[in-house]
Design a protein around this ligand. Structure first.
Ligand code: ADP
Ligand code: MG
Ligand code: MG
Length: 251
């Protein structure tokens, strides 16, 4: 599914190396979590996979199945089945949420050589999915994320994810700023999408999200590298002892 090999990334603007050889393989059907101290490069990894400008890959590779992600445009990566939910979802004034989603879904279908969803079919599907995420009809009509609360933005991202049916979902600190109820809704939304053909990479600062989205594999990232990999117990270790013990093991 997602295979990252020896990825080195630096900032384009200044000569600062952020990722220093990341290796990671997420198998279909699996949920991998990445935890790690602030500034360790977790968001940079998701930005680089999404194709956000400002970063330069100096070494290494990233593939989604057979697709060389680093070789194609951001929108082609999405069409190839990569979806990223960011810590700060963007607002799109003037574009209705539903219109945006329908355009995105059909653009992706077109890129995959599939037939477009009819208006009626789209409406049926989006209403169903919105209901489970407790997103009301009003939120579907409003401009994308404009004036949405933090929790509403995150739920809306999960709705986008549910509509696009990606192969590989990356969630970067989707739990930050969420109250307990919103986190539960978001987690349930993610769990509903768990499927043997789909991989997840859940980036989180805190263990609590992983109480709801149970990971198969947990990685600890520090200073631009994955320094430890284990099972769900690794997240509990971090919760109880912080990162200090793990960091000192490695140095
Ligand atoms: P994390 O998500 O693990 O907290 P980030 O990927 O956001 O870490 O950041 C990793 C390091 O790279 C930090 O030291 C951060 O300050 C730096 N960094 C990332 N992007 C930029 C940028 N555009 N300009 C300057 N520094 C950056
Ligand atoms: Mg951070
Ligand atoms: Mg981050």
């Amino acid at each position: 599914m997602l295979k990252i090999n020896n990825l080195h990334v630096q900032l384009e603007e200044e000569d600062k190396q952020i990722l220093k050889g990341v290796n990671l393989e997420v198998e279909p059907g699996k949920v991998h979590a990445i935890m790690g101290p602030n500034g360790s490069g977790k968001s940079t990894l998701s930005y680089v996979l999404a194709g956000r400008p400002g970063y330069e890959v100096t070494e290494g590779t990233a593939h989604l199945g057979d697709v060389d992600l680093l070789d194609i445009e951001p929108e082609e990566r999405a069409a190839a089945g990569l979806f990223l939910a960011f810590q700060y979802p963007v607002e799109i004034p003037g574009v209705g949420n539903m219109t945006f989603l329908r355009t995105a879904v059909n653009a992706q279908r077109k890129a995959r050589g599939e037939v477009e969803m009819s208006a009626a079919e789209f409406l049926k599907v989006i209403r169903e999915k919105a209901k489970t995420l407790k997103i009301d009809a009003d939120m579907l009509k409003r401009p994308v994320n404009v004036g949405f609360s933090g929790g509403e933005k995150k739920r809306n991202e999960i709705l986008q994810m549910a509509m696009l049916e990606p192969k590989m979902c990356i969630l970067d600190e989707t739990d930050s700023g969420l109250d307990v109820d919103a986190m539960k809704l978001v987690s349930e939304g993610v769990n509903a999408l768990r499927d043997e053909g789909r991989g997840f990479l859940v980036i989180t600062h805190y263990q609590r999200l992983l109480d709801h989205i149970k990971p198969d594999v947990v990685h600890i990232m520090a200073d631009g590298r994955i320094i430890k990999t284990g099972g769900p117990e690794l997240a509990l270790e971090v919760e109880n002892n912080g990162y200090a013990d793990i960091l000192s093991e490695v140095v």
